[in-house]
Write a protein that binds this ligand. Structure first.
Ligand SMILES: Nc1nc2c(c(=O)[nH]1)N[C@H]1C(S)=C(S)[C@@H](COP(=O)(O)O)O[C@H]1N2
Ligand SMILES: [Mo]
Length: 256
């Protein structure tokens, strides 16, 4: 399958680059260093991720003009979750929904949708690339994840942000989940999105909230967001590889 081919291609590329030596990593450190969290992050990070970060830098994903927005944002994966708690929230148009932010933070927080919508908002028109080989362009609005993380204040051991979702996806059970590192978590285009193409996020695309992490492939864009958890490691979660598809051998970094 293309998926596993692509995953192994990426692994090969990363392996080759990792072999290219410490000189590259030094350049990486100098270029991507930001005050605060990055220091903490890079010390314990595998070499291959530092090298891939060097390649992508802190660049923004490409943004497009409104004329290029796809007429339909093709839904994929779960499109209508059937878990009882999701159905109950949906029946009330998500009035009872509270996004939880917990884990390695000084101040655990929860937000209703009105509070999220009233927060600083960023709007961006970006392309979504699924590993199945299709792309769509859509306009997203939401609150930068960085804003929420700053409100909650990370504790020193924080290294990853995990997104827990409402949908129970697989035949073998297991809820959809995903994780990213702090570099992507604080990236300006990383949004908790509530709006797609100027309308409330449709059910099929992840209502009421989904993540946009624009330099990542489709499977790293969790929909039906329920809880955001800050952790030092994702090894103890579900299959231990940091995401629903990662537990089924997709690449964790999932960069584009
Ligand atoms: N909770 C959840 N998030 C998910 C999925 C899913 O099945 N459940 N599928 C992923 C995949 S593979 C893709 S391509 C995108 C699809 O997003 P869309 O339905 O808005 O096109 O969502 C991603 N996020
Ligand atoms: Mo996908």
């Amino acid at each position: 399958m293309t998926d596993s081919f692509e995953a192994s291609r990426r692994r090969l590329l990363r392996g080759a680059l990792a072999g290219a030596g410490v000189g590259v990593l030094t350049g990486c450190d100098a270029l991507s260093r930001k005050p605060g969290f990055v220091d903490l992050l890079e010390r314990a990070e595998p070499l291959s991720q530092s090298v891939q970060r060097f390649l992508s830098g802190d660049r923004l994903a490409r943004e497009f003009p409104a004329s290029m927005i796809s007429p339909v944002f093709r839904p994929n994966g779960s499109v209508d979750p059937q878990t009882p708690e999701y159905l109950a929230l949906k029946a009330d148009d998500f009035a009872g929904f509270r996004l939880q932010l917990r884990g390695l933070v000084e101040q655990p927080l929860e937000f209703g949708l009105d509070a999220i919508r009233a927060m600083p908002t960023r709007t961006q028109i970006t392309r979504h690339d699924c590993v199945e080989g299709w792309s769509v362009i859509g306009q997203w609005s939401g609150v930068p994840l960085a804003h929420l993380l700053r409100l909650a204040r990370l504790k020193p051991g924080a290294r990853y942000v995990v997104f827990h979702c409402f949908d129970d996806y697989g035949n073998n059970g297991g809820r959809y989940y995903e994780s990213i590192d702090l570099n992507d978590a604080f990236h300006p285009q990383t949004l908790v999105a509530h709006t797609l193409n100027s309308a409330p996020l449709p059910i099929a695309n992840g209502a009421p909230l989904r993540m946009r992490i624009e330099r990542k492939l489709g499977y790293k864009q969790p929909k039906y967001l329920r809880t955001i958890e800050v952790v030092d490691s994702y090894a103890a979660l579900q299959g231990g590889k940091g995401g629903y598809w990662e537990d089924r051998d997709y690449d964790w970094y999932g960069g584009i």
